[in-house]
Design a protein around this ligand. Sequence first.
Ligand code: MSP
Length: 611
Amino acid sequence: MKFYITTPIYYVNDEPHLGHAYTTILADVLKKYHRKLGEETYFLTGTDEHGQKVQEAADKYGVTPLEHCDKMALRFRNLWTKLQIENDDFIRTTEERHLIEVKKILQYIMDKGKIYADEFEGWYCVSDERFWTEKDLKEGNCPLCGREVRQMSERNYFFKMSEYQDWLIDHINSHPEFILPEHRRNEVLGFLRQPLKDLCISRPKSRLSWGIDLPFDADYVTYVWFDALLNYYSAVKAKGLWPADVHLIGKDILTTHCVYWPIMLKAADLQLPRTIFAHGWWLIEAEKMSKSRGNVVKPLELADRYGVDSFRYFLMRDMAPGQDASFSEAMMVNRINTDLANDFGNMLSRVTRLIKVNFNGLTPEGDDSPEWRELAESVILSVKESIENFRLDEALKAAMNLIVRANRYLEETAPWKLVKTDKKSAGAVLYNALEALRLSASLLEPVMPNKMRETLNRMNNGDAEWRWGVLKPGTKIEMGDALFPRIEYKPPAISEKKKEEVMPDIAVIDDFKKLQLRVAEIMTAEPVAGADKLYKLQIDIGGEQRQIIAGIAQHYKLDELPGKKIIVIVNLEKAVIRGVESQGMLLAAQAGKTMKLLTIDGDLPAGAKIS
Ligand code: MSP
């Protein structure tokens, strides 16, 4: 059986972060599991290299776009090597093999009459270089940057996506495994309740030149998604591996993969992938990771600090694929210490030491215990089922359950005492405990390839087979150093400069008393002409209305503000900001580029004093 799995191809401009590492490790772990189960696996990842942003970055650095991509793609490749990712292929959308297939498919769909040219009218934002529909606009302005937009028309090519809507709905309904998990499938079906529009698949070269030429009109390049999605096919076309078994994606790219992509394939008369699985997001303090928020987690640093295996284990164990999960370094350290250092590592040291001291370091005779055999069989079954269902967290929990049970069994049977009265029984206990370690190591090997291989090597005949009773009595057991040394977590030190920011000179209570702070309710919010960071707010401070100017425009939308109860200093000197009077100052907290308003915990009327 073949198993062809892919990750999204990542934008070259972004520095690889935790989210990219997560999807790629998940794909790698699934590949390794399926290989272990005897399937022929093929794992593809790569980089998405065309588009506006790449062109701009290359211009900025004064290099050609391809030179820029060469450099950036390498960062992903190096990270994958470091994280023990065994991808069989790495596709770049600037490669010849890809360009050829994209052009062939575009021509094929054109010849079939499913692509047409049309004049396109819309609201164009010069700064973001993109079109918006009337209903996208926010108060008549660009919803992205808030700047003015203008009516513009442009000739472009369109793909007749709308013709395939009913076919796609039928396909999704008749193939329950096509979009997983189920709630994502429902989301796509929900999206398909609205009429589908045709897809604009070109950009005039006058606006964007860094793309693949349309084979039927050299004045245009292909829209980046019509190019990127085809990587999954172009990479394996020559090898005859299409269709893919699993496309792993994050929930952010659901529509492109579950609506555009199947329709593109159908129009090209190509087979559809078996499953598209959308996982959730790693969130940092409930927020999405992004450069602009300044909360990007760097996988390379974590792998260096805590070890590649432990990092992989945490990511697989602490996200239920399909749901979002929270990331914090403290949580990661806690998971590593609990599962790996305490449970697994300590048990390995304990059992091997007892065997060394009492059995000359040789594997003792087992007792062919039916309880242990049954437990092992049920764990193996549950690991297999969890892998089929993409529940890696459950698979790891099941494998670790063997260790939890074996630790309890050691406590109950106390072989260190038993050995003095009944050496044979003590030996059987240690055999079962060692075999539990061996089996769980072999179940966990796809996630922690180095440490679990080392564990098996210490047992000298620890084949990575998934069945009970593999260890051979009489075999030499090695004792080694602690497999997962306990980690002391130190929250990142605050630099001297930061300390000054966080802790200014000591204030005496009278300093504080000078400030009059009140709860205020925001009544209205408006932009300030010519100042894209400022809003003009009318606030109620308890029977009195005030106007204040606040630098929060990049952090809150106008319609989010009315009704919010905020904290305001009301006895500040009046100020005139950009020609507008401001009478007071609101309080907000900032971390990196994220800013949040201070509010009250519960409801108090506007005007309430803060002391
Ligand atoms: N280039 C497109 C994909 C084209 S595929 C034909 C793209 N690239 S991306 O660099 O933005 O990567 C998006 C993917 O990165 C997500 O789908 C997901 O796999 C991963 N993640 C990005 N941020 C993430 C989290 N915060 N958490 C988990 N994974 C996320 O979109």
